[in-house]
Design a protein around this ligand. Structure first.
Ligand code: AHR
Length: 323
């Protein structure tokens, strides 16, 4: 039971037992709201901002929550500090959107010792003891990579594919899964060549910088595999500045399917945008409601996702998106 609610219950029990309420913790310290500490990766992409907004829209006082939000600026050490602060503040739940998969055992052990349930959102974590987190909700990033590779197989069917690969933050599930999908495709197809790969850190600026670097050294390529939309925006700018026509002489595969990404898909600059759905607020709320009701939610919840092809996308599909 929520700590603040326990304090109220203790005060009431003492009052009924003839004790002075003053002997118990002050009843005015009762907080009827469920306090949720959310450690967010950062604000590196359209996806991330939509994810933050989704959480902030759900965890409101009107809905019975007090949200303590922390932006870690893509740094795991900041997330570890935030989690320790949440523990000190005695929050009811810790929500963690992890930067990387590894390195969480110690701090989540501290949360477990404090009796605070931890819900992992978006990316996955790798811990020796899975009881360190209560449950997880997010995307199947490997499946996203497999969808992209299946599309590429169909497009090129046996023809040479020379790939420039913009990776996300190394060690994040989104990077690991999407890269693993591509690597499986490369193993399967001897006519496919990985020309170069480098991390663009999921940002537009870095995506553009890395693509500009690629263009200086690698003139022979016909595919850009970019692990998120923001890096694709930067890559498209770099390609256009160098005289290429993205989507035509270079096929662009992107991930997220954020609104601006889909608009670029509609205009043909992105050929395929694989969905990664950021609207986790209501999903996490449903998990908390189950826990509050004393139920055991599923340990892992994968979100259903699709992909958008430049040849079949419509404006109506874009308008129907919630992000
Ligand atoms: O973990 C989800 C990924 O992180 C999204 O693809 C990317 O845009 C974000 O920064």
């Amino acid at each position: 039971m929520k700590k603040a609610r326990c304090i109220l219950l203790a005060a009431l029990l003492l009052a009924f037992a003839g004790c002075r309420v003053g002997d118990a913790p002050a009843a005015d310290s009762y907080d009827p709201l469920i306090v949720v500490g959310f450690s967010q990766v950062g604000a590196e992409s359209d996806w991330r901002r939509a994810n933050t907004q989704s959480m902030q829209e759900v965890f409101t006082e009107a809905n019975g929550y007090r949200l303590i939000f922390d932006d870690a600026q893509q740094k795991q050490e900041k997330q570890i500090t935030a989690i320790r602060n949440f523990i000190q503040q005695g929050v009811d739940y810790i929500l963690l959107a992890p930067t990387t998969e590894t390195g969480w055992d110690t701090v989540l052990g501290e949360a477990k010792d404090a009796g605070i349930p931890v819900i992992i959102v978006d990316r996955m974590i790798e811990v020796a003891d899975e009881s360190l987190f209560t449950c997880w909700v997010g995307s199947d990033f490997r499946k996203e990579g497999d969808i992209a590779v299946a599309w590429l197989e169909k497009q090129f069917s046996g023809r040479a594919v020379n790939i420039l690969h913009l990776q996300g933050n190394l060690g994040s599930s989104a990077q690991l899964g999407r890269t693993a999908g591509l690597d499986a495709g490369l193993l399967k197809h001897e006519e496919w060549t990985l020309v170069a790969r480098e991390s663009g850190e999921f940002t537009q600026a870095k995506g553009q910088e890395v693509m500009e670097g690629f263009l200086q050294f690698y003139p022979e390529f016909n595919v850009v595999y970019s692990e998120n939309d923001n890096m694709s925006y930067g890559a498209i700018d770099a390609l256009e500045a160098a005289g290429y026509t993205p989507g035509s002489d270079v096929k662009i595969i992107s991930f997220d399917a954020a609104r601006a990404g889909l608009e670029l898909t509609l205009d043909g600059s992105i050929n395929l945008d694989v969905e990664c759905n950021p609207l986790h607020g209501p999903r996490v709320q449903a998990l908390i409601e189950q826990l509050e009701a004393g139920q055991t939610p599923p340990k892992f919840t994968y979100v259903e996702e699709t992909a958008f092809d430049a040849r079949t996308i419509t404006q109506e599909m874009i308008d129907a998106r919630g992000y």
